[in-house]
Design a protein around this ligand. Structure first.
Ligand code: KMH
Ligand code: ZN
Length: 280
């Protein structure tokens, strides 16, 4: 039998997140101009998808719909990146506001498959909320990325698929978010167990929070997976050396992917891979 070809590497950049404070992390992109500049740099460095959280005028996380719409428009005007809006938001965001993110008409969105402790907080994703969000992605033609913070969340993903059928675009792509205090650890053993539990035919990316960033990146490449990097997940480039910008994290991921003989896939290839429609 011929060996199965492993596809090129999908690189997602998560540049901002909802947790880091601009005052403590000056390189964090929080304004629309900063986000667009970051997006252009990360596209040049090898990213195909941008996972977006936005901030308000005080650099606090927000799900303001007008700002989200402006952000989607600006990112489309300046790059060909797949625009994936976060529906996770911040732990303080309401379910109603998180559902309304789809009204900003992104290409894709995150969809977390269960509730998880999040340090001292709780990131709440009860099944009825997940189900409603998933149904809305299908109705709106938005491609979900299933975020898995723990192994048991795979069961809820499978339940969604069993009850409501395949996602828009027809392809299941997951992101293993590892190393969150309260979620699965960023270890090779956890990565292997999670990948083995995924629904048949699903593809996956992985991201390691904080100091688990590099082990997870290297493990994911070795296991044939894809990568998410960015300042949402890590603000240190190396021990004692803060990240100076998201592009250097994407550059490092792209270099590792090249070393693994699976160079970054451009957005056009990523659209076909994920089932995201082309823009008109
Ligand atoms: N900020 C976290 C509470 C997502 O973007 O969908 C949730 C999160 C997941 O970042
Ligand atoms: Zn996020």
């Amino acid at each position: 039998m011929l060996p199965v070809m492993t596809p090129n590497t999908l690189i997602t950049v998560a540049p901002t997140g909802a947790e880091s404070e601009k005052a403590k992390v000056p390189a964090l992109p929080v304004t629309l101009d900063e986000l667009v500049t970051t997006a252009v740099e990360c596209r040049a460095a090898g990213a195909a998808v941008i996972h977006v959280h936005i901030r308000d005028g005080q650099a606090q996380p927000t799900l303001d719909l007008g700002r989200l719409k402006d952000t989607v428009r600006a990112l489309r005007d300046s790059t060909d990146l797949i625009v994936q809006l976060s529906t996770g938001g911040a732990v303080t965001d309401s379910f109603a506001d998180r559902l309304a993110v789809l009204d900003a008409e992104p290409d894709a969105c995150s969809l977390t498959c269960g509730t998880v402790n999040f340090g001292d907080e709780v990131f709440a994703n009860p099944y009825p909320f997940m189900r409603e969000l998933y149904a809305r992605t299908q109705a709106a033609g938005v491609v979900p990325e299933f975020e898995l913070f723990d192994l048991g969340q795979v069961a809820s993903l499978q339940r969604l698929l069993d009850e409501l059928g395949p996602p828009h675009g027809g392809h299941v792509h997951c992101d293993l978010v590892m190393g969150v205090p309260g979620g699965m650890p960023g270890t090779l053993a956890a990565l292997t167990a999670a990948v083995a539990a995924l629904p048949g035919g699903a593809t996956w990316s992985a991201t390691g929070i904080g100091r688990t960033s590099l082990p997870v990146l290297l493990g994911a490449l070795a296991a044939g997976g894809h990568l998410r990097v960015g300042m949402e997940d890590t603000t240190s480039f190396a021990r004692g050396r803060p990240v100076t910008g998201n592009a250097e994290l994407v550059e490092r991921a792209a270099a590792a992917a090249g070393l693994a003989q699976r160079p970054p896939m451009p957005p056009s290839e990523a659209r076909a891979f994920l089932g995201v429609s082309s823009r008109h």
